[in-house]
Design a protein. Structure first.
Length: 190
């Protein structure tokens, strides 16, 4: 069901206040939906967010552990990364899965598109389920010191539900993969 809605916001002025190779931040003078003046800050990412839930023939998935600088804490996540805007989300997913875990998948399913934090960023995330896996060597980026953990999909979902996994791509990807794997809700292979 699709419905058109009129934008109640009016942008009066937009100014980029920060820019680097990965993000830009703009500040906008706006009229809010109630007509009063205000400001809005928007973070724009220069890559797509890509997340992959790899599931092997025994029903196990692979989580990536790493220390996240922005949070100042260690996190468990699905294999994920940035996909260049000129590359398809699927091409990026295949590269990220192999780069972070060494795994290649013969079967890919599209788990959909998400917005990672739509109150402050326009970042789009793309989620995939990867199966029929073949192991190989990983090749993480120089910013990544990764630990790979093989857990059952059920245990990974329990980590989401207990708050041990807090990353938005990981939460959405694991819960969608759980639905696809444990119910009659299916998505076609791509």
């Amino acid at each position: 069901m699709s419905q058109e809605f009129e934008n109640p916001w009016k942008t009066l002025r937009s100014k980029t206040i920060y820019d680097n190779p990965w993000i830009s931040v703009r500040e906008e003078d706006v009229l809010k939906p109630n007509g009063s003046p205000g400001i809005y800050g928007v973070v724009s990412f220069k890559n797509k967010a890509i997340g992959i839930v790899p599931i092997d023939s025994e029903g196990y998935t692979y989580l990536v552990g790493q220390f996240r600088y922005t949070l100042n804490e260690y996190t468990w996540e699905i294999p994920e990364g940035g996909g260049p805007m000129n590359e398809t989300a699927l091409e990026s997913a295949k590269r990220e899965l192999e780069e972070e875990t060494g795994l290649k998948a013969a079967v890919w399913q599209d788990l959909g598109r998400i917005h990672t934090s739509n109150s402050v960023t326009d970042e789009e995330g793309f989620l995939f389920l990867a199966t029929d896996l073949t192991p190989g060597p990983s090749n993480p980026e120089d910013t990544e010191q990764l630990i790979i953990k093989r857990v059952s999909l059920k245990d990974a979902v329990a980590m989401v539900m207990s708050g041990e996994i807090t990353d938005s791509l990981s939460i959405a990807g694991l819960l969608k993969a759980w639905l696809v794997q444990s119910t009659e809700y299916k998505v076609p292979s791509i």
